[in-house]
Write a protein of this length. Structure first.
Length: 155
């Protein structure tokens, strides 16, 4: 059983109005509660401007407080918040290894991937956020030159 008082990784997908100050308002909600982002990406996810994907570590109680505060912001249109390892949190990644170095995602991870890293091709990977993060960590240990990961969906 997970300790409700222990911080754990979370992922959020926030749809904000596409206007100046939206990101700052959201960042302030987290900063005022002493929560740091471990990653943050903005862009037109799903073709809609104003999408903000972020990961952070917090307790379940802190997440409740963050959710209530963020949802009160006039710039926030919707917020989906899930544990990092929730199957509804999906991601895509790209790994580029040195030429001649073969890389395959570790066994046991539920990811779809393509590419031949030994031939200099990037390895493209898609799956749950937790599994894509595990692939990225394995690639880093294997000497990856470039690793890019993006949260593609949180449902």
């Amino acid at each position: 059983m997970t300790d409700p008082f222990a911080p754990r990784p979370w992922v959020a997908l926030v749809q904000c109005l596409d206007q100046p100050g939206a990101l700052m308002a959201l960042a302030s909600v987290f900063a005022e509660r002493g929560i740091n982002f471990t990653s943050l990406a903005t862009g037109a996810l799903d073709g809609r401007p104003g999408a903000i994907a972020l990961t952070f570590d917090a307790t379940a109680r802190q997440c409740q407080v963050l959710r209530r505060a963020a949802e009160r912001l006039t710039v926030v249109q919707s917020l989906v918040l899930r544990p990092f390892d929730d199957p509804g949190a999906r991601a895509a990644g790209v790994v580029r290894m040195p030429y001649g170095v073969g890389f395959r995602p570790p066994p046991g991870l539920d990811v779809v991937w393509s590419g031949d890293s030994a031939a200099g091709e990037p390895v493209l990977v898609e799956g749950t956020l937790a599994d894509v993060a595990a692939v990225a960590a394995a690639a880093r240990e294997a000497g990856a030159l470039t690793i890019g990961t993006v949260v593609s969906e949180v449902r």
